[in-house]
Design a protein around this ligand. Sequence first.
Ligand code: GDP
Length: 436
Amino acid sequence: MFDTLSDRLTSVLQNLRGKGRLSDADIDATCREIRIALLEADVALPVVKSFIAGIKERAKGSEVSQALNPAQQVVKIVNEELVNILGGETRRLNLAKNPPTVIMLAGLQGAGKTTLAGKLAKWLRGQGHAPLLVACDLQRPNAVTQLQVVGERAGVTVFAPEPGNGVGDPVDVARRGIEEARRAQHDVVVVDTAGRLGVDEEMMRQAADIRTAVQPDEVLFVVDAMIGQDAVTTAEAFRDGVGFTGVVLTKLDGDARGGAALSVREVTGQPIMFASNGEKLEDFDVFHPDRMASRILGMGDMLTLIEQAEQAFDAEQAQVAAQKIGTGELTLEDFLEQMLAVRKMGPLANLIGMLPGAGQMKDQLAQLDEKHLDRVQAIIRGMTPAERADPKMINASRRLRIANGSGVKVSDVNEIVNRFFDARKMMAQMAGRFGL
Ligand code: GDP
């Protein structure tokens, strides 16, 4: 569902790669692109504005991480702001201290409430609860039957008004449903309510009456993510008319642009708690803002990598190394330290596997030989501190000693030492060219 947005954001952020520094103009241009991408994805304008303002302020501000390059820093900021907009922490269901917990569903007709009731019931069962579904949608023909079908599939009991009694009173059904739950020891009650094609006063009043009568622990506003900007107006109408404690986004499997998902939480101030992404009962999950954000950014585990880099990184050590690279003074000791820092982040194949686009490289990665790195490490460790500090002094007899000491061939030691000199020369040249 977020494919287009994801593609655009990924390419905007990729344009920053390789830049040593980001000027304010770079940041402005990036923010402009992000703004267009969000608007095209149908995100509500006030949400876009506050999102962009947040990113700009942080990217231009003093927030500088030495562990990350400028592009990574912007990715990190955009990700964190996305997580924020999506609600920050994952919001768990609020369970009543004295069961049954009552969950009321509200939303427009066709939003997916009845389907959701079944999904939620099945999920609750999986969590060890004994839910009861209560059919209070007495407006729509067949709504009760539909709930009964869904309940059967989910393997949960459905409480419904006896057929043949005319339209019936949904408030009364809701009350009796909860009594029934108490009697039959169901610890969670899910109340399905009537929806209309558009927001109308009677529907709002009915939902508000049910809310007042049963005092639910959670009122979930169910909204079809495919209705775009309308999701925001509908959400506002329900917030003012009935009030709700959480949002459920449905039809996230559709090919819509995803703006609703990004706007609803920010506009209503209520968290998105669940997401539905298909017609089957299993197509449903708890909504995790952080996972959704990284899905939208299309950066896979790049974000994990950024986190790990920050953790493993010793700023001071790296700065010293960077200076030495510039002056061609890098020693084998520095080299070893940097290598250890990188390896602290986990197996190299995993690290590279987390980079976007690493897919095609998987075969080569499989051959990436950790043993080779172990050998390099062992060889450097077999050197005396003086040799590490001044590798030029490593003559033929020292090479033989190092080889014997670390259990490798002299040619292996030669290879490492020679490659180190080449690399040091190349890095110094590069540093000179980039004015580091
Ligand atoms: P209600 O009027 O709010 O109770 O909505 P329903 O539960 O009857 O759902 C309306 C239609 O949307 C039905 O055809 C459902 O199968 C479909 N539906 C519900 N949730 C999803 C979803 O997450 N993805 C897709 N693709 N369809 C859904």
